[in-house]
Ligand binder design. Sequence first.
Ligand SMILES: C[S@@+](CC[C@H](N)C(=O)[O-])C[C@H]1O[C@@H](n2cnc3c(N)ncnc32)[C@H](O)[C@@H]1O
Length: 247
Amino acid sequence: MTNDIYDPTYVAALFDRCSNNYRNWSAVSSFGFVRRWRRECVALLPKNVNPDAVAVDLMAGTGEVWPYLLRRLPSLRTITALDISHEMHTDAVERLHDSRADRITHLEADALTSDLPSDHADILLSTFGLKTFNQAQQTILAQQISRILKPGGHFSLIEASDPKGWPLRPFYRFYMDSMLPLVERLFLKGANDFSMIGIYTRNFVDCKHMAKALTDAGLEVTYRKHFFGCATSVSGKKPIAHNVGAA
Ligand SMILES: C[S@@+](CC[C@H](N)C(=O)[O-])C[C@H]1O[C@@H](n2cnc3c(N)ncnc32)[C@H](O)[C@@H]1O
């Protein structure tokens, strides 16, 4: 087993181990902020899409964002949920989204190399799925997003970030780097999987590199800070006349 924390097999194994507790842990450890940020990510998408629209949820995990997405865009024909972790998919299907099963297509794949068709998605989103990619991988991911989106298609991506320059950042870092690992060790029998999220977030910093990579891939991009930069997002669309050299 590799020790490279950005190797997709390492990341898949990490989230396989986290899958059972992921939903509750992410909500509680963020004091509910992940829910607010998922809602804000979806709110950056247009309200009206054609009745047959296709959405792609990259790094979908247990599908926490689907209720928000289907509420905003009830006419969506299908959501393609792509995730590399087998257990996250299983958990999504078995435990959480039985009632939505007919509208979700599951794809167990690496987002960097997926064979999702080109010009396929009217809507593409990702909530908290960027941090486990280093900058070189983010560049590849941006090219994939540009390829998968239909001309005129919209995207919105949000990720927990390091709020550099915020006066309360030392408390935030203490919480992420010291408190969360301690609580996890105490309550999850010595595990330190969720604590990795602090390391990924610190390395990720914010969505600025992703914003540049998406722009370079030919997309129109807006970068935003959420709650003093504790999360950042990139949203926008693929221009109809799309002729920049995306891979
Ligand atoms: C922090 S979870 C986010 C899950 C969900 N989107 C949410 O809002 O809670 C990150 C997810 O990204 C997935 N992931 C990480 N790297 C991936 C890759 N290269 N390809 C596909 N999925 C990946 C993980 O398996 C995990 O389910």
